[in-house]
Design a protein around this ligand. Structure first.
Ligand code: KG4
Ligand code: ZN
Length: 335
């Protein structure tokens, strides 16, 4: 088969990213502009500001990725995240990708953001092939997915309220940590006692594979409120460690139960939350106990990036997936 270089664009949230990936697995070039410093001031992502900055940075980010790949003539197709995500943010990437595909006279391939997160594992693990089970845990989503092949997925369980990353960011915020909460909470938790506080586990003992993180989040907020009212001394490190242990236990429990039910030989974890060291350790421990092959993307491909989108676009392209110039941003989109 001939080599295929796909240029992909990702703008579903606050990362402006472009990358060129060869044959779905080999990173040729990449460029990423993170808006973290901008949104930090507001304690979270401000959608309008995110869109405006995508518009400003996209030309430079795409140019850098294309230059790194040796020029536009090396590009065989254009992939783009068209959902789910922030509608204004998605629109900037979709519009840009449509313009590029039209001018270059190359096919346009739409990519589902969650499928992209799953495909990050193909870049980090050349030997990984479907079928496998994948937990995708990010700021916007937490779902257990059966990857039947490179383009077909079945969702076996999902969060009924907050995404894991959303709860993590909120708890980090009430502990006074700056945005983005996840990495900061991870560092704080390293110095804490994870057995110090017992927070409730939602849905324990039920037979579905769904998640719920809002009760846990509220339990942490209530505890901190109580400490505040009583003027009680506590260590933020212990709260962070106990909370993260609870999140990790819940993610591990449902994911390994799904793996058991599906008789999965391989298990992957993806999405921003899968960069978390404590959560990775909890999965590694359970994988060892159960003899399951476990895969994580490299940390830089756990959080939003365009490499994963280019990988996914490759497999969609091979399957014959194409979009016309009527491609639209879809803030909500089933996998
Ligand atoms: O996948 P992602 O970059 O964006 C979405 O698609 O949502 O995920 C972002 C989420 C945020 O909630 C962020 O706090 C969390 O992933 N995150 C982490 C870590 N790195 C990112 N959470 C815990 N520990 C980390 N090291
Ligand atoms: Zn994401």
């Amino acid at each position: 088969m001939e080599d295929l270089n796909i240029l992909a664009i990702e703008t579903s949230c606050d990362e402006t990213a472009a990358a060129v990936v060869r044959n779905g697995r080999e990173v040729v070039s990449q460029a990423l502009y993170t808006q973290i410093e901008i949104h930090k001031e507001y304690g979270g992502v401000v959608p309008e500001i995110a869109s405006r900055n995508h518009v400003k940075k996209l030309p430079h980010v795409v140019e850098a990725a294309v230059r790194g790949a040796g020029g536009f003539e090396r590009i065989d197709a254009v992939g783009v995240t068209n959902g789910p995500g922030l509608v204004g943010a998605l629109l900037t990437g979709v519009s840009y990708a449509k313009g590029l595909a039209y001018t270059l006279e190359k096919p346009l391939v739409p990519v589902h953001h969650i499928a992209g997160h799953i495909c990050a594992n193909y870049v980090s693990h050349p030997e990984l092939k479907p079928p496998f089970l994948c937990l995708v845990a990010s700021g916007g989503h937490t779902q257990i997915v059966w990857a039947e092949n490179y383009t077909e997925y079945e969702t076996l369980g999902r969060t009924r309220d907050d995404a894991a990353g959303e709860a993590i960011d909120k708890v980090a915020r009430v502990l006074g940590l700056p945005y983005p909460g996840g990495p900061n909470l991870q560092e704080l938790a390293k110095r804490g006692d994870k057995t110090k506080y017992k927070f409730p586990h939602s849905f324990r003992g039920e037979d579905h594979l769904d998640f719920s993180f809002s009760g846990l989040k509220t339990a942490v907020i209530n505890l901190l409120h109580k400490f505040g009212q009583q003027g009680q001394e506590y260590k933020k490190e212990d709260v962070a460690a106990s909370f993260l242990k609870n999140v990790a236990d819940t993610l591990v429990k449902n994911t390994f139960e799904a793996a058991r039910r599906m008789d999965a030989r391989a298990l992957a974890v993806a999405g921003g939350v899968s960069a978390n060291e404590q959560i990775r350790a909890a999965f590694e421990k359970k994988a060892k106990e159960t003899g399951t092959a476990l895969y994580f993307p490299e940390p830089k491909y756990c959080t939003d990036n365009a490499v994963m989108i280019a990988s996914c676009a490759y497999y969609e392209f091979r399957k014959g997936r194409r979009a016309g110039l009527d491609l639209n941003a879809q803030p909500v989109m089933e996998l």
